[in-house]
Design a binder for this molecule. Sequence first.
Ligand SMILES: C[S@@+](CC[C@H](N)C(=O)[O-])C[C@H]1O[C@@H](n2cnc3c(N)ncnc32)[C@H](O)[C@@H]1O
Length: 292
Amino acid sequence: MGAMAARVEMADVSWTALGVAVGRAAEDARPDPLFHDPLAAAFVAAGEAHAPFPSGAAADSPDIWQQMQVLMGEYVSVRTKFFDDYLLAATAAGCRQVVLVAAGLDARAYRLDFPAGVRVFELDMPPVLRFKQQVIDEVGAQPRGERIVVATDLREDWPTALQAAGLDPAVPTAWLAEGLIPYLSPADNDRLISGITGLSAPGSHLSVEYIDADFAKVPDLMRDVDPEMTNWFADLWKGGVGNDPVSWLADHEWLARTADPAELSRRHHRDLAPLFAGTAGFTPPQFITAQR
Ligand SMILES: C[S@@+](CC[C@H](N)C(=O)[O-])C[C@H]1O[C@@H](n2cnc3c(N)ncnc32)[C@H](O)[C@@H]1O
């Protein structure tokens, strides 16, 4: 990795995307990976070299990356595999647009073999998308199909920005919101799902990593790992959805079903950290898929 020009500046919430990349890089390095994501290691190397992580908290902790790995365990591997399979199935079923809502450092446009003609839109805040592009350009990676980056704030009028970037609401879309829900308030999540529904032609698919208010207890459980990280995470939780996911999506015209990460981890021979296994005293995340 060559030298990057400057210190990386991102919103605190965007650093969580680098935490996900840590998990994906670890999976990619295994002899029996569930998926390949070579860009993940490049993102981690660039973030490690150029950042205090995150701003303020734990900035000087040299083993912050290992701590992230302890927290996440192999959850990211199972989660990534589930949503990879979802997107491949939704595009095989006819969706010709993929929208990665809060794409972060998701490299699916570079690593998944979507059917010909599928356009991948990536929505996230401008600084994380700039960081991502810098690393991609340094590595010289090329997307497998058309990739369209939309720098926007999901609490604002992102539907207008997405349509201006070329999303056609008359064409079925496969949406993915992975690792986003708890960082938005219930009102912002409602606006987000309304925006998604408003742009979704019949035949569209939606998948969401569902983590709700109960997870707000998680920062307390993290205190053993790193108190500064704990405080940092606590500030990021904004409340989630405040409803069970199937009802929430039904209210927004989606027929949803849930998948259990623990079941998937057994199937894939991966271990979930207690935080994600339902053994740490709170409701674990669920993976939701929905259609309309
Ligand atoms: C945990 S990361 C998940 C990234 C990606 N979906 C993945 O799984 O690799 C959370 C992402 O949500 C983005 N995010 C959070 N709040 C946002 C907002 N209001 N507008 C746009 N992006 C937001 C962050 O910038 C960050 O990239």
